[in-house]
Ligand binder design. Structure first.
Ligand code: NAD
Length: 502
């Protein structure tokens, strides 16, 4: 198949092979569990979790990273990221089911299926920066010595599968010796291992039956249910009788499923935040509104939490990348821009709440509870908490920050200074604070000893960017409590927080 030299996003439909249509429920594939030799390139949140989970279901995995320090840590028994179940699974499979190396070529030679799980950060134009993917593909090209399936696990724009094919062709790799498959990853940081082993769905975008079949073998322990029947399996929502579902589509459809899914989830968050801002103006309660909306089975309750907005390494960049793809295709998709704008505004809305509650910020002592972009992770990439803290420091406030897992990473981008310190726990952060700010939805922050917090703080004011408490409870504990999309609850002697200039 010859492809003309033009941008990947303009490759015509005719230039691609026929997609393999099929719903797992309609197609009956009888598989015996087969051990597959797998190479995963990238040992980050996705690559490392995928590696140990593939080992957990019985495959032989080589995990490759070009970060020598990380590989050394992994070989020596360390766990470079905070993720539940990861330490146990690493201890169980390290050195047997999964090994770690920097030698990509040797790993490719020994593997039938090669998963690419390197970063695809946002570039200047909003498009995904695919240079890490390209670098990996050119290295793979040098080591292909027999039929291999190369799998895009990283989140990539539509037609990346075609670009990978082209790069391999340019390096002179025999087109019959490989297939490129899209197998987007839907795991969430914090619950990554369970999400991987008990997925809502597995999507395989394959343009050849041979490659689809090999990917079915990779996931067979989950889709056939044999993994869940094992006595030492991690038990979750899938089971031997209700195993994981696998959907086979064309590669392009699979690539779009990932971008569309993340953009849709981001839409839900931005939507509820816009409604929250409206609710505040009419003294309605966004929590009641979200409950009422979520009870409709067509809407569902998830991702309807008003607050500081979304962050992390996926939603912001994936919405931007999807927007870029639409622009390149000449498709009007203004909604994506609106999702992004609402999300960015939400941090300013919160910052203004802090100012409205405290009047001036210079020299004010503020406890910042949370640095990670969400609870249960140490990831601070695009974290709204970090952005809010930056705004507070800019306004010359004095911030004492605490996070159960993300302080080490936060120190790298926000080093301690005269204005910023890191505390050992919630109450140390709150000591003598003019207000306590809740910035991340850690479970620990929803179980605070409120009497102790009240004693520690200089003024009993809590400004909650994650709506972890009810205004009634906070009032009863003597706090003035400002949250998102709900009327502020204030102690009479402290006065009602006012919008500036009002
Ligand atoms: P990450 O930054 O945590 O990890 C990427 C890893 O790739 C790093 O360890 C890096 O050293 C390694 N790497 C880069 N270039 C390499 C090379 N040439 N050879 C070998 N290793 C190399 O990224 P992540 O969060 O795991 O995300 C990876 C991809 O998965 C991204 O496309 C992301 O959008 C997608 N994704 C992420 C999540 C998530 O929650 N983090 C969820 C679903 C999908």
């Amino acid at each position: 198949m010859q492809i003309a030299e033009r941008p990947a996003w303009s490759i015509s439909r005719e230039s691609t092979e026929q997609p393999l249509r099929g719903n797992p429920q309609r197609r009956q594939h009888k598989h015996m569990s087969k051990q597959v030799s797998i190479c995963v390139i990238g040992s980050g949140y996705v690559g490392l979790v995928a590696s140990v989970c593939f080992a957990e279901v019985g495959h032989r995995v080589i995990c490759v990273d070009n970060d020598e320090t990380k590989v050394k840590t992994l070989c020596e028994g360390g766990v470079p990221i905070f993720e539940r179940h990861l330490p146990e699974l690493l201890a169980k499979h390290r050195g047997s089911g999964v090994t770690f190396t920097t030698d990509l070529g040797a790993a490719v030679e020994k593997s039938e299926v090669i998963f690419i799980a390197v970063g695809t950060p946002q570039g200047d134009t909003g498009a995904a920066d695919l240079s890490y993917v390209e670098a990996v593909v050119s290295e793979i090209a040098r080591s292909i010595d027999g039929y291999k399936v190369i799998v895009e696990k990283s989140t990539v724009p539509v037609y990346t599968n075609e670009w990978i094919r082209r790069v391999l062709n340019r390096y002179g790799v025999d087109p019959h010796s490989f297939d490129v498959v899209s197998n987007p990853e839907f795991l969430r940081e914090g619950t990554a291992v369970m999400d991987f082993l008990h997925p809502d769905r597995i999507v395989v975008g394959a343009n050849s039956e041979r490659s689809a079949e090999l990917l079915r073998s990779v996931y067979e322990p989950l889709t056939g249910g044999s993994y869940y029947a094992q006595p030492d399996a991690l038990q979750g929502k899938c089971s031997a009788s209700e195993p994981a579902k696998l959907l086979v589509t064309s590669a392009q459809s699979a690539e779009i499923i990932k971008h569309a899914s993340n953009s849709f989830l981001a839409l839900k968050i931005s939507f509820i935040n816009a409604v929250a801002n409206l609710a505040e103006t009419v003294d309605a309660d966004i929590e009641d509104i979200a409950t009422g909306m979520g009870m409709d089975s067509r809407i569902g309750p998830k991702f309807l939490s008003a607050g500081l907005g979304y962050g992390g390494s996926c939603f912001p960049k994936d919405v931007a990348a999807f927007q870029w793809v639409a622009q390149q295709q000449g498709v009007e998709f203004q909604l994506l821009e609106d999702i992004r704008k609402i999300n960015e505004t939400q941090r300013e809305v919160f910052f203004n709440k802090v100012r409205a509650a405290l009047w001036t910020l210079r020299g004010k002592r503020l406890a910042a509870l949370g640095l990670a972009f969400k609870g249960d992770t140490d990831d601070i990439r695009e974290s709204p908490a970090i952005e809010v803290i930056k705004m507070l420091l800019e306004a010359d406030a004095l911030v004492s920050a605490y996070d159960p897992a993300a302080m080490e990473r936060a120190r790298e981008v926000l080093p301690p200074s005269e204005k910023l310190s890191y505390a050992a726990d919630i109450y140390e952060a709150a000591k003598d604070a003019d207000a306590v700010l809740i910035l991340t939805d850690w479970a620990e922050f929803s179980e605070i000893d409120l009497a102790r917090l009240n004693q520690a703080a200089h003024f009993p004011i809590v400004i909650d960017g994650r709506n972890l408490y009810t205004p009634r409870v906070m009032l009863d504990h003597g706090f003035t409590y400002v949250s998102v999309g709900r009327p502020a609850a204030y102690q009479a002697q402290q006065g009602k927080p006012r919008k500036l200039g009002v």
